[in-house]
Design a protein around this ligand. Structure first.
Ligand SMILES: Nc1ncnc2c1ncn2[C@@H]1O[C@H](COP(=O)(O)OP(=O)(O)O)[C@@H](O)[C@H]1O
Ligand SMILES: [Mg+2]
Length: 257
């Protein structure tokens, strides 16, 4: 199952820092979209808003046409209650750059935590799910390992398995290979590419891996200064960008590698 995503005039400010400046965006269910752009342009903020880790100051975010922060009430809409937000958030999973694993829990326990305590699955069912998804990411032999005894790549595999174990309709990936040693990057990108090719979920991938973005995503957004500067089919955006700002960014990335 997958869900669509719609943002309408979404603004986010941190103090006087106007980070997102009126984002309008629609992503179809099942689409894989890469997001590229300079550091500080608001990419992580966009994902954090989708994950409901933060709230927009203005505008509207809809998952499958359903507003996250408002709900039907009376003759119109009222602010969403926490049960509504929790239900909508339940459709979304996120993987972070710095893994955010519980250090005192094994790989199994990390993956079982949310299915048990958020979904309320019985222990054996959560364990079965954890084995399934840890197996899928190539960690069948590391079920009982603690994060401190795993490589960065293995920790990130646990992070991906943990998000997948909630069976989300939307997966958000925020620079998930940026903290990894170069030789561990390829394996993680391959897992994401396989997920994208399956097309079972809607995926948004914030990445600095340009060739990966081009190969694995249907569409790429170039973000700068809190706005979407360019939005197009990935091949077109990378091969013949229309905006000067995009051209400059891609040129700088090429020169940096
Ligand atoms: N929780 C926060 N509090 C204050 N400022 C923040 C917070 N999160 C992000 N920012 C600021 O918002 C801007 C965009 O950050 P971010 O979304 O992380 O950019 P990106 O992911 O594109 O590098 C930056 O100027 C950053 O310092
Ligand atoms: Mg970021």
């Amino acid at each position: 199952m997958s869900a669509s995503i719609t943002l309408k005039n979404v603004h986010k400010r941190y103090g006087s820092n106007h980070v997102l400046r009126g984002i309008d965006l629609h992503i179809d269910a099942g689409q894989t979209v890469s997001v590229i752009g300079p550091s500080g342009s608001g990419k992580s903020t966009l994902l954090r808003l989708l994950m409901t880790l933060d709230k927009p100051d203005e505008g509207r975010i809809e998952i499958d046409g359903e507003s996250i922060w408002t709900m039907p009430g009376g003759s119109g809409e009222r602010p969403a209650d926490s049960a509504h937000v929790r239900r909508v958030r339940g459709k979304i999973g996120m993987v972070f750059q710095h893994f955010n694993l519980f250090p005192h829990m094994t790989a199994m326990a990390n993956v079982m935590e949310a299915p048990r305590h958020v979904l309320g699955l019985p222990k054996d069912e959560a364990a079965q799910r954890a084995r399934e998804y840890l197996g899928m990411v190539g960690l069948a032999d590391k079920l009982d390992a603690y994060p401190g005894n795993l490589s960065g790549g293995q920790k990130q595999r646990v992070g991906i398995a943990r998000a997948l174990a909630m069976r989300p309709e939307i997966m958000l990936f925020d620079e998930v290979t940026s903290a990894l040693d170069p030789e561990l990057v390829g394996g993680i990108l391959q897992i994401m590419k396989d997920l994208a090719d399956r097309g079972e979920m809607t995926m948004i991938i914030v990445t600095h891996q340009m060739s990966f973005a081009e190969k694995s995503s249907d569409r790429t957004l170039f973000f700068a200064d809190g706005n979407i500067v360019e939005d197009g089919p990935s091949e077109q955006l990378f091969r013949s960008p229309t905006q000067e700002r995009t051209q400059q960014f891609l040129q700088a990335v090429i020169e940096g590698t």
